[in-house]
Design a protein around this ligand. Structure first.
Ligand SMILES: Cc1cc2nc3c(=O)[nH]c(=O)nc-3n(C[C@H](O)[C@H](O)[C@H](O)COP(=O)(O)OP(=O)(O)OC[C@H]3O[C@@H](n4cnc5c(N)ncnc54)[C@H](O)[C@@H]3O)c2cc1C
Length: 599
């Protein structure tokens, strides 16, 4: 296989995967392991050219401008009504590798309870025990060197780690001393130092985070290196790049079911011709949480009222498509800690050093994470949970379908139980030299992704509805208070931090802290949930085999299927979902025999 021009394609493929990102490349790689199975992956972006801002870990948090590059979609949110109508810019990968080419390389799993909640929502096999083999399958985990284990207490638990998998995972090559103080500060506040909190499912507490970085080359390890490059020479694996999928084409089949027959796309980044290509078995949508619901809606699969508003005839009225939009919000509480700069050998010279040990080989200051339960973050945790439990559906949009609300209520019960018994985290905290950063890990608000027209080249409306549930803003206010208790520990005080500049210590009451939060909230790039794996009666879009309800041969495999965003950075979870989905597809009758006898 190679990356073909549209004119070089086969007439028909067994499987077409839409989107060569985090999930899509896993599926395309795994399905093409059987040489008899012809797989095409279609990607809007192109191949990166090994730019520094893609491969060098130090650039992993946009230091090199990746978010503004041609490899990013550069979305903007809808005006966020509940946070002063602010418009948030939303990067997402538009390149082979998808968002794994742009992301900040942090590598963790959520808590056991995060995934067990998915299972409890009606998805057998999607709990922690069902996912752990796939979390391991993805990884090639590099055990930290004994000197560094001794110096930094870089613990890990071999029984939950994978070796030999496609994605290389290692601890940052440069671990500033300052990071240890952050661990100490949490110990003062009564937090456990977790042994491999990033891997065991006991993710509440403080730990050094691994990164998706190759331990030898010190370069980014991502879906392109792990899943695309090993597959691209297979005869039965084709990739069509710089091509926007505009919709899937369906028909009523002879069993009276709706089935996908072809995929329509626009070449040359959308500017070129519209063409279609036939599929004989299945289409897998892996275009990410913003574009997968858009493609479904453009294909007539979605909420009927939205589709008819844009002149699209409904083939499956599926109210959940684009609903349940979730993300982690983040805020930077500004202070200044005079830590020694780690740019001793900066720039290209630092990177060129061999072996690669210089400061460009790791994330600068962010190597330790804390995941705190609500009971630690907030003095009014029980009051927040009681009021959340008592809420009616008033904080949702009036147009929200009853089935979707049913799903939200079931999610709510899971989230309340996990926050109450401290098995789910409420807030992630990271300390850098310039800010203490807090992330709301289990937001109560739910947003939506909608097409704005029938033109597939228009970006969808991304409405996170941050703060739509006022309790989220209370938690944000409390997270500022919590950040201050961290700054006031002896461990941090010993670093002589300058005074907080934003919001500033004079702001202490709810009104002031909530108003500040409204102007501080931004995205931490964990968009998910918009084609949720849940029962149809609960607003779900796919079943627990990730098949779209009402269509016999269409699946979604990407961040869209996540029913509740887990309390973690989500790339490892998306890889694991896609590995599990690949096994589900490979075990299906149609993959095994080429025919489906009953659909
Ligand atoms: C800036 C940033 C930083 C992040 N940092 C971290 C981190 O440090 N740690 C972590 O764990 N997670 C992080 N994440 C989150 C994580 O990387 C993503 O949630 C995850 O990779 C999403 O996977 P996906 O398969 O759903 O989508 P993606 O990987 O985004 O893949 C979707 C693919 O589909 C393509 N596509 C979209 N529409 C179309 C279309 N119409 N036609 C053809 N192709 C299409 C896109 O171009 C893209 O390549 C970050 C994300 C971002 C954006």
């Amino acid at each position: 296989g190679t990356y073909y021009n549209a004119s070089d394609l086969r007439n028909c493929y067994d499987y077409i995967v839409v989107g060569a990102g985090n999930a899509g490349l896993v599926v395309a790689n795994r399905l093409s392991e059987d040489p008899r199975v012809k797989v095409l992956v279609i990607e809007a972006g192109d191949l990166d050219q090994g730019e520094d801002y893609i491969k060098i870990p130090r650039f992993g948090a946009n230091q090199g401008g990746a978010f503004q590059s041609q490899y990013s979609w550069k979305y903007s949110s809808a005006p966020q009504e509940f946070i002063n109508n602010r418009i948030i810019s939303v990067p997402a990968g538009k390149v082979v590798g998808g968002s794994t080419a742009l992301n900040a390389l942090m590598w963790q799993r959520g808590t056991k309870a995060d995934y067990d909640a998915w299972e409890a929502l009606g998805n057998p096999g999607w709990g922690w025990d069902g996912l752990l083999p796939y979390f391991k399958k993805v990884e090639n985990f590099a055990a930290p060197e004994p000197e560094r284990v001794a110096a930094y207490n870089l613990t890990y638990e071999p029984s939950v780690r994978g070796t030999g998998g496609p994605i290389s995972v290692s601890f940052g090559a440069v671990l500033p001393e300052f990071n240890k103080k952050f661990i100490d500060s949490f110990e003062e506040l009564g937090f456990a130092k977790e042994k491999d909190g990033a891997g065991t499912g006991d993710a509440i507490g403080t730990f050094w985070t691994p990164t998706s970085v190759d331990n030898t080359s010190k370069e980014r390890s991502y879906a392109k290196t792990g899943y695309f490059e090993p597959a691209v020479d297979r005869e039965n694996f084709d990739a069509l790049l710089d091509t926007i999928v505009t919709k899937v084409i369906t028909r009523q089949n002879r069993y009276g079911k709706r089935e996908v027959t072809a995929v329509e796309f626009a070449t040359q980044g959308g500017a070129g011709e519209r063409k279609t290509i036939t599929v004989s078995r299945e289409v897998i949508l892996s275009a990410g949480a913003m574009q997968t619901p858009k493609i479904l809606q453009l294909s007539g699969i979605g909420p009927q009222s939205l589709l008819s508003q844009h002149g699209i005839s409904t083939v499956v009225n599926l109210p959940g498509v684009g609903q349940n939009y979730q993300d982690h919000t983040f805020m930077r509480i500004l202070q200044n800690i005079p830590v020694p700069p780690i740019d001793d050998v900066a720039g290209a010279a630092g990177w060129a050093q061999t072996p690669r040990t210089g400061p460009w080989t790791g994330m600068q200051h962010i190597n330790v994470l804390n995941f705190a339960p609500l009971s630690k973050v907030s003095d009014r945790a029980e009051s927040i949970l009681t009021r959340y439990a008592a809420q009616s559906s008033g904080q949702y949009l009036p147009t929200t379908d009853a089935t979707v609300i049913s799903g939200y209520n079931k999610q709510k019960a899971q989230i309340i139980a996990g926050l109450r018994d401290n098995t789910l985290t409420s807030t992630e905290v990271i300390l850098s030299a310039a800010a203490i950063i807090t992330y709301n890990q289990h937001p109560f608000s739910r947003g939506e992704v909608k097409i704005v027209s029938d033109d597939p080249l228009d970006h969808p409306s991304l409405d996170f509805r941050y703060g739509a549930n006022p309790l989220d803003l209370e938690i944000h206010a409390d997270s500022v208070r919590f950040a201050r208790t961290i700054m006031d520990t002896e461990a941090i005080a010993s670093l002589n931090p300058a005074e907080e500049t934003s919001p500033g210590r004079s702001v202490t009451d709810d009104a002031g802290l909530i108003e500040w939060s409204k102007n501080a909230i931004s995205t931490i790039f964990h968009s998910c949930g918009t084609a949720a794996m849940m029962p149809l009666a609960d607003g779900g879009v796919v079943d627990s085999e990730l098949k779209v309800y009402g269509v016999s041969n269409l699946r979604v495999v990407d961040a869209s299927v996540v029913p509740i965003v887990p309390g973690t950075h989500i790339q490892a979870t998306i890889y694991a979902i896609a590995e599990k989905a690949s096994d589900i597809i490979k075990n299906s009758e149609v993959y095994q025999t080429g025919y489906a006898t009953s659909s």
